[in-house]
Design a binder for this molecule. Structure first.
Ligand code: PMP
Length: 384
């Protein structure tokens, strides 16, 4: 149902509204637990430290991480991906990466490429899925340090075969780094079962938390250099960061309100995830089938009925994406996103680099009525 008169179909940008538990947890973190965790020893600081511990353990078990210390809090998915890529790859190393990545992967890799890292790209089919045979051939061709791939596309919704890619990477001694920004909270993700060595996610998208927080799972045997050095609350006499996780990777005062909000959000999700995945899949398939049936509309990515994350982007033969998004917002109160979605590579693969597309994305709280209203609105705007 519409919230505040808005039909919110922009969950891939950020989820909204947040569960009330998230707002309560943030208020608690700013009030009775408002100290600086792992620094001072008074009750406010201890309460903050407890909140962090609880959040870390909630999020770790949600992702199937056996030891919560391998689950790191970072300022966001972009930061986490930068940390993983720049902390793993050195000049002379080789990375094999999908050709449909978000700029959060593309841009740090471009910097690394300039510095002497070899970057080779795995082709995809038109629906946006990587070609596994090509991936295997590329990884086998030369010693490869890392294979980098998104779990799901923020443009096409294509879900990548991460388990198979993990096998390929590991068979050839490479580390698999996964960008889980669009999968976490929308698909069931068990990082250990998937075989990901590094799995990075945003806190504010499908995980339903606030902005300003992301998570990185780092498999116990994986050695990544930390990106930032600073205070860690202990061992202050040393010039280097403590070796122990998570401290090594969490320099500076942590964003406790965001961490507490994320913990509360993931508690809600842990209860709801099974039903939510089923509901979101049902709604996205309804949306895709409805959009594909509108004259002049092309849905990017997997065909109707095929598996996808709860994202559907479209182009229309005559209505420009910006205009469609504007009309949906101004006339119908429907929030979607037009443009290139920070992922020109995915648009290039879909043939929409010149035009961009309009993206509809589903999340917690979206109903069948919302989807039907959106379909009716697209029909009306596109028939003019
Ligand atoms: N990867 C993908 C696939 C994304 O969709 C996004 C967010 N649009 C990111 C990475 C970066 O996430 P954040 O902006 O939360 O850092």
């Amino acid at each position: 149902m519409p919230h505040d008169g808005i039909i919110y179909l922009d969950h891939a940008a950020t989820s909204w509204p947040k569960p009330p538990e998230v707002l309560e947890a943030i208020a608690y973190a700013l009030g009775p637990a408002g100290g600086n965790p792992n620094r001072s020893a008074h009750r406010l600081a201890l309460a903050a430290a407890r909140l962090m511990l609880e959040s870390r353990s909630t999020v770790a078990s949600f992702f199937g991480v056996p030891d919560a210390r391998d689950l790191l809090f970072v300022p966001g998915c972009t930061f986490g991906l930068n940390m993983a890529l720049k902390g793993l790859l050195e000049p002379g190393d080789r990375a094999v990466v999908s050709s449909v990545e978000h700029n959060a992967v593309v841009r740090p890799l471009a910097v690394l490429e300039k510095a002497g890292v070899e970057v080779v790209r795995i082709p995809t089919d038109r629906s946006g899925r990587i070609d596994l045979d090509a991936a295997e051939a590329l990884v086998a061709a030369r010693p490869t340090k890392a294979v980098v791939c998104q779990h799901a596309s923020n443009v096409t919704g294509a879900i990548q075969p991460i388990g198979d890619l993990a096998d390929i990477a590991h068979d050839h001694g490479a580390i698999l780094v996964v960008d889980g920004a669009q999968a976490a909270g929308h698909l069931k993700v068990d990082v250990t079962a998937l075989g990901a060595d590094v799995y990075v996610a945003s806190g504010h998208k499908g995980l339903l938390g606030p902005q300003g927080i992301g998570v990185v799972y780092l498999a116990p045997v994986i050695e990544v250099r930390e990106l930032v050095q600073g205070g860690s609350g202990g061992d202050s006499g040393s010039l280097t960061m403590p070796a122990a996780r998570p401290d090594r990777y969490e320099a500076g005062t942590p964003p406790v309100p965001a961490i507490a909000g994320l913990g509360a959000a993931v508690e809600v999700l842990s209860r709801e995830i099974d039903a939510l995945v089923v509901q979101e899949q049902r709604l996205v398939q309804r949306l895709v089938a409805g959009l594909a049936a509108i004259d002049g509309v092309r849905v990017l990515g997997p065909a109707p009925g095929e598996e996808r994350a709860p994202v559907a982007s479209i182009v229309h033969a005559s209505v420009e994406p910006d205009r469609l998004a504007y009309e949906l917002d101004s006339r119908y109160g429907i929030a979607v996103r037009a443009g290139l979605h920070c992922a020109p590579a995915a648009h290039a693969a879909a043939g929409t680099l010149e035009t961009g597309a309009v993206r509809f994305s589903i999340g917690r709280g979206v109903t069948e009525a919302d989807v039907d209203l959106a379909l009716e609105a697209v029909r009306e705007v596109c028939s003019k």
